[in-house]
Design a protein around this ligand. Structure first.
Ligand code: G3P
Length: 206
């Protein structure tokens, strides 16, 4: 029980590391909370600090969830799914950044990677198929926010069809609802037609 609780707390703390804020402040002397969308995530880091930084932040944020689950796999296997979720909550409500964080997109993909690696080796479908849906959606609509919700939402169906235990599919559903809730300002902008779009062959990705 102590191991279980320790892993959850460590996962929350791990998720709380605001990579976009740290990299922005240390290397660019910029606080991305005051620029772009103000969101502490890879998309806004890319928007404000450049696409290479954005991709770096996305990878680091995804790895937070993956390593939380890796830690759980050693210390408390039963806590693995909860560790991934705790990491996503830490990312959105980081203790190291006044509880104002990101929208848990990259961390959710890290969660999918963790599921694919530690609980279900179905050729990593739980990770690669939602990523593919995300990329196709991004190509079509050019909105990271909408594509994130579609890509992560596809993870629920994929989890069901590849035969994950119902508890895993349910955890993905809960996480997706949480991600959609975190995107409520984006949803409003999508409805108004004012959501920012990425450029494909333009000068910058964001
Ligand atoms: O990274 C989260 C993404 O889905 C939206 O971010 O900055 O456009 O609100 P942003």
């Amino acid at each position: 029980m102590l191991n279980f609780i320790s892993v959850i707390i460590l996962s929350y703390l791990f998720g709380s590391i605001p990579w976009s804020l740290v990299i922005g402040k240390v290397f660019f002397h910029k606080d991305i909370r005051t620029e772009g969308s103000g969101n502490l995530g890879g998309t806004n880091a890319g928007r404000v600090l450049g696409k290479k930084v954005g991709i770096t932040v996305i990878i680091l944020d995804a790895l937070k969830a993956f390593f939380s689950m890796l830690l759980a796999s050693y210390i408390a296997k039963d806590a693995m799914i909860y560790a991934g979720l705790a990491c996503c909550i830490g990312h959105c409500f980081p203790i190291f950044a006044q509880f104002k964080g990101g929208k848990a997109v990259a961390t959710s993909f890290g969660f999918f990677l963790g599921i694919a690696t530690f609980t279900n080796h179905q050729y990593f479908l739980q990770f690669f198929l939602p990523l593919l849906v995300f990329l196709v959606s991004l190509y079509l609509c050019r909105m990271v926010s909408l594509s994130s919700m579609i890509g992560l939402g596809s993870g629920i169906l994929i989890s069901f069809f590849i035969g994950n235990p119902p508890s895993i599919t349910l955890s993905i559903l809960v996480l997706w609802l949480f991600v959609v809730y975190r995107h409520r300002a984006n949803i409003e902008r999508i409805q108004n037609g004012t959501e920012s779009k990425i450029k494909w062959m333009g000068k910058s990705l964001w």
